[in-house]
Write a protein that binds this ligand. Structure first.
Ligand SMILES: [Zn+2]
Length: 225
């Protein structure tokens, strides 16, 4: 599962990772979305995609958009795996906040060697998700049962947070808000109300917290039912 490349190319790694995560989040993989997520210009994206087509990492289809090839998928899984292992290490062992860990891991993912990756797996006891609940590729991760979006849980019902999708990690201020409110994987709460504008108010850690529509439609939870 480890991608061996003759030359070190962080941009290929970054783009492959982004395409993998857009697919994971159910977002259409087109140049505009890649530009948004990487915060780069459209011409820069189209230039890089051209190079990645030449390197056999992606294919472009006018109807279906951009997709990873088999070797692109291996590269992406390797980078995503290292990112999520690094996030686990940075939060669980070094006690960094979610936001700090997310940013640091964005650098670590490019320099972790197979030996360090194996050591991380050992010291972290073979984790299956990042601190935000996103699956670590190649781990024994299993989809939670009875999972649905926070926005779909009825008022009065209990839920347990399962997963904060990568999409929210890129929303400015979201990770700080979620961590500060205790909306973290493994924590349970109850739905209080759902407002017409899509805001879901939940009771968690003894406090009422309003979760905006964008996040409530993306946070995955499990319910007892
Ligand atoms: Zn994460």
């Amino acid at each position: 599962m480890t991608y061996e490349s003759a030359e070190y190319h962080p941009a290929f790694e970054e783009y492959s990772e982004t395409i993998f995560e857009l697919v994971e989040d159910g977002v259409e993989v087109i140049q505009a979305r890649i530009a948004d997520r990487l915060n780069v210009s459209r011409p820069a994206v189209s230039e890089m995609i051209r190079k990645m087509v030449a390197a056999d990492l992606v294919v472009v289809d006018d109807d279906t958009g951009i997709a990873l090839t088999a070797s692109g998928a291996i590269l992406a899984q390797t980078v995503v795996r290292r990112h999520r292992l690094a996030e686990r290490f940075l939060t669980d062992i070094l006690d960094l906040s979610w936001t700090e860990a997310h940013h640091e891991a964005g650098r670590w993912e490019h320099v972790i060697s197979p030996a360090v990756e194996a050591a991380l797996v050992r010291i972290l006891d073979d984790p299956t998700t990042c601190p935000h609940g996103n699956p670590i590729p190649g781990s024994a991760y299993q989809k939670p049962e009875n999972a649905c979006r926070l926005a779909d849980v009825d008022p009065g019902c209990e839920f347990m947070i399962q997963r904060i999708p990568e999409e929210l990690e890129f929303e400015p201020g979201q990770l700080e808000f979620l961590e500060a409110s205790g909306l973290m994987p493994g924590r349970s709460g109850t739905i209080l109300t759902t407002a017409p504008d899509g805001t879901t108010t939940v009771s968690i850690n003894g406090a009422a917290v309003g979760v905006g529509a964008f996040s409530a439609e993306r946070i995955l939870v499990s319910t007892a039912a």
